[in-house]
Design a protein around this ligand. Structure first.
Ligand SMILES: [Zn+2]
Length: 469
């Protein structure tokens, strides 16, 4: 590597300009409320044109866009966004394979070292995790996104925020602690997951140090609640929890939310993001959809079959264009997450943004069973709504039979608390048939037996699909 001058963090960003561009709380509320729809469109358009201009210099985009028949100048603004081909995580993976170590979409940044850089990564279900580079703007803008969420969810200056995710390869814990300390005056307490700080100790720290907010996955909040019962800690009387910032997954009927808010005696807030685009959406105290960080991302919803952009309120794959990211640029990333986006409107909390539905499922986990599209995560609602189960489950897809007689089968393993096995199985067969639109087999398994395969209690998202085909 050639010798570079040290790119100091402190001098790498024009900070006054940064906070004007991406206002942290509480200024964000007023900034969004006072911006007209045309004003927002203009702001997004200007940032979009800037990102497209940069992306033409990045081989990943230059190659793909030219292959799609585009020339620089063909995309003049947001009105032309549909001309740009979308890409998926598979394309990023390919880019990394073709041009290691970080791919043709981001190797340029490491070569230049024009600014400080950091590496985070995806969960990595098979093989190496997918790395993403961050420069200071990408790093701090995603922290501002999180700070806006914490503020909208009731986090205030001096509140202790207990972060039960580990500052490691995954991004969420880093975003949360950077957001709390740099952008909203909260005091981060990074306990890490239960693997790093045992659940019993997590509760002791919260009780003694006065934790006001938690950042945790829904599954871990359940484990903490169960630990509290076992250890004689009263979550509602012994702790001073004001809010829980979490990721509910597919919770259309609100079973998991209710379970958690009943156990914790506080408001539970759903959020949505990925390590490449940051926290795209967050819930406020009105609990009426997720507020979109409109100044940092343009969201489109694409039809799962044709890829065509669908209208407001229609479900489909979420396609995100990041408006703040230059390292690497993220332009029309099809995340394969099923969501809905609704039009911008004023909310009871004072914000005025477009809104995102909760998570509806993952397209790349879709399984075709007898010509029906089945989304394994949509079982969550049914299973977690039944108190006889622990809420934990795993969908296993496999091929049975040989040759022409072979067919695909899905078995759903469900953990129960013991007893009533055949009654629970019969109920679940019926309810899952309705949820999936096709019959599946149900297997009752003992409490705690799925954790090693779902990754419950570890880092990253819990797995719900095991594909044995
Ligand atoms: Zn709101």
């Amino acid at each position: 590597m050639t010798e570079h001058a040290i790119p100091y963090y402190w001098s790498s960003v024009d900070w006054p300009r940064f906070v004007e561009d991406y206002p942290p709380p509480p200024a964000f509320t007023g900034a969004m409320a006072s911006l007209s729809d045309e004003g927002l469109r203009e702001l997004q358009d200007q940032r979009f044109r800037e990102r497209v201009r940069e992306a033409w210099n990045v081989p990943f985009y230059n190659d793909r866009w030219r292959a799609a028949g585009l020339e620089p100048g063909d995309v003049r603004g947001l009105d032309d966004i549909a001309k740009i081909p979308t890409f998926t995580s598979g394309d990023l993976k390919q880019s990394i394979e073709d041009e290691p170590p970080f791919g043709s979409h981001q190797n340029f940044a490491l070569k230049a070292m024009a600014s400080p850089l950091k590496i985070q990564s995806s969960g990595g279900t098979s093989g190496l995790p997918r790395p993403t580079l961050f420069d200071p703007v990408a790093w701090e803008a995603q922290a501002v996104q999180f700070a806006r969420a914490f503020h909208a969810q009731g986090g205030r200056v001096g509140d202790i925020l207990q972060i039960t995710l580990t500052n490691s390869l995954a991004n969420t814990a880093w975003c949360s602690s950077t957001a709390a300390m740099n952008w909203c005056g909260m005091v981060p307490l990074t306990t890490g997951s239960g693997v790093v700080t045992p659940s019993k100790r997590q509760l002791e720290l919260a009780r003694e140090w006065g934790t006001a907010g938690w950042v945790a996955f829904g599954e871990y909040l359940k484990i903490l609640a169960e630990t509290a019962v076992r250890e004689g800690v009263d979550l509602q009387k012994d702790l001073r929890t004001k809010f829980v910032h979490t990721y509910l997954g597919v919770d259309v009927e609100g079973h998991l939310r209710k379970l958690l808010s009943d156990a914790w005696g506080c408001k539970v807030f759903d959020n949505y993001g990925t390590h490449e685009v940051g926290l795209v959406g967050f819930e406020c105290r009105s609990h009426d959809g997720l507020h979109v960080n409109d100044d940092t991302a343009v969201l489109e919803i694409a039809d799962r079959g044709t890829g065509d952009v669908v209208g407001a309120g229609e479900p489909g794959n979420l396609v995100v264009t990041s408006l703040h990211r230059s390292v690497p640029p993220i332009i029309r990333y099809d995340l394969k997450d099923l969501m809905r986006v609704s039009a911008r409107e004023a909310c009871g909390c004072g914000l005025r943004t477009t809104k995102l539905s909760g998570f509806l499922g993952r397209s790349d986990e879709m399984v075709k069973l007898r010509a029906t599209s089945v989304y394994p995560r949509s079982a969550q609602d049914v299973i977690q709504g039944d108190a006889r189960t622990t809420g934990e489950f795993l969908c296993i897809v496999e091929t049975v039979g040989q040759g022409l007689a072979s067919r695909e089968r899905m078995r759903v393993q469900i953990e129960t608390r013991g007893g009533q096995e055949s009654a629970i199985r019969a109920d679940m067969v019926k309810k899952l048939h309705t949820a999936f639109g096709v019959a599946v087999d149900v297997e009752i398994v003992p409490s705690g037996s799925l954790a090693s395969r779902t990754g419950l209690g570890g880092e990253g998202k819990v797995k719900r699909l095991l594909d044995l085909r």
